[in-house]
Each structure stands twice: as C-alpha cells, then as structure tokens.
Ligand binder design. Sequence first.
Ligand code: PMV
Length: 318
Amino acid sequence: MPAFTSAAPGKIILFGEHAVVYGRPAIAVPVAGVRARAMISADPRAAEGRVRIQAPDINLEADLDKLPGSHPLAAALRAVLSDLGLPRSPACHIRIKSTIPVASGLGSGAAVTVALIRAYSAFLGKPLPDEKVNALAFEIEKLHHGTPSGIDNTVITYAMPVYFQRKPTGPIIETFNVPQPFQIVIGDTGVRSPTAVSVRDVNKGWQAETEYFERLFDQIGSITEDARKMIEAGQPSRLGALMDENQALLVQMGVSSPPLDRLIQAARFAGAFGAKLSGGGRGGNMIALVNGNIAEVVRQALKDAGAVRTLLTPVKSC
Ligand code: PMV
C-alpha cells in the first residue's frame, strides 16, 4: 500500500474573533507559509489493528488504543473510522509534523486535525469530501477549545478566504474573491496563550456585563461587514483603519496584552496601514497590513520590539 499524505495550512483571523463566538460574522484567511502534514503508511509487520502514531512536535509516540478518547488525535482517527462504518483500522504508521506554532492563534490544532482526517480517510480508501472533513474537524475543535465557533476548521478545510457566521440553524460559510491581493505581516509575541482561556474570560465578562459586550460584538460585526465589502471591491488599503478599530474593541474586551500592544504599536510606527491581534489574544500573534515597500521595514520593527517570529503572507483568491 502506498503512503498517504495530506497537508493543511495555518490561518489567521483578519476580523471578528471572539464576536464570532456570539453569532457575529468573522473573516479568516489561510496562511500557506506554515503547514501541518500527516503521513500514513500500512505496516504489514504489525498485528492487525495496531495504529502507531508519531508526533515529534508534541513529543508523542503512542499506539492509538493507548490514547484516551478525549485525545484530539485519537478522537480524529476514531471519528473517521466511525463515519466510514469500519470496526477497526488496518495496521498502520502515522507521522504528524507541523511548522505551525501551537497556542498562538495560527490554527495549529485544526490544521493537524484536517490533515489527519484527509490522510486517514484516503488511506482507508474512502477520501472524505470537504464538508465532512469540516464537520468532523469541528467536533475535534471542541476538545481543543470547549466552545469553538468553527471558523478555524472551516478556513483550514477550504484553504480559501472565508466569511463565517454562526447561526442556530448551522453556520454561514462563504468563500469570497480577493480581486486585489494584499499582504499581511504576522508577528508572534512568543507568549503561548490557550484560546479556551481567553474565550472563557470573555464569556465571564459577557455574563457580568451583557449589554456592554453585546455592543462591542455588534461594532465588531459591522467592521467585519465593511471589511468584506472593501476586500471584494478591490480596496484593501482601506482595511488598515478597520483593523485599528477592531483592535480598540478587542482591547476593551480585555483580550489584548502588553506584548501584543507593543508589537501592534511598533508595526504602526513602522508604517503599517493598520494592526491588530489575531485569534484568541492575550499572547500569540498580531497582524499588520503592509505593502511590498514596507513589509521588510515592519518585519524588522516587529523583531526589534520583541517578536520571536515574523511571517509575510499574501491574502488572495486561491
Ligand atoms: O486562537 P485561535 O486562532 O484558535 O482563534 C480563536 C478565535 C476565537 O474567536 C477567539 C474563538 C473561536 O472559536 O472562534
């Protein structure tokens, strides 16, 4: 049997994080410069049903049947088996590698899950369609984050810019065109910050001051709508001001932090058109809108301000 490999990109949220958990729209785009990869090959020498998993980035080397049901890798594999109606797996060896930094807002967990679901279903002879991959990955996201909106698994599954809104009847997922590509610099604070924690804290705030938080979410929702219109109208340079406005609301929500604020300021001083945190916040990554002339200047300014990593990513139709 040949080896089956699948790769999935990272992602950034351009607009609407946190508010998206409360039903407002958000926009996310893939980041092709980082990726998670799953490689699966049959292991004819192993006993039937033995699934050996190696994930050196998280120091994991284990048999599937030794992992608890709540382990995201095990849960993803079991979800595929169950969806395909297979009682057990052929013996195989699974290797997972990722260049996406963990707990930093780049969607590392969702990318590993999507790559794994695709490679495993292909290995089993029944590659799953995107819609199913996305639905299974959403279930696994719940193990990572508790109450995910579903935007991470969606943008990573479709690997295209996505406008996403959670609705009681199911999510609105719209991929859209970017007639005028633009560039984003990503700066990593190096502070690992689990999304579940900031999502929980926002929820505590929302419970204590519902009206105040609902107003913030509404304002973020309308910024996201405006941003989509500008992107589709081919006017990305006007997004900078919207990024700054979105950031001000995230600060009011309590999810920014001194290291994020420092990098955001540094990017703006270096000439970025706008900047904000991206993802859960508190740590992780910030993003800045740039063009070809200032991209390197902004990257250097971010490094000087303490970014442990910077990445330049294009936003374009795929
Ligand atoms: O930290 P990330 O990249 O996983 O993004 C989280 C985005 C939130 O809106 C804060 C949570 C969610 O599930 O949408």
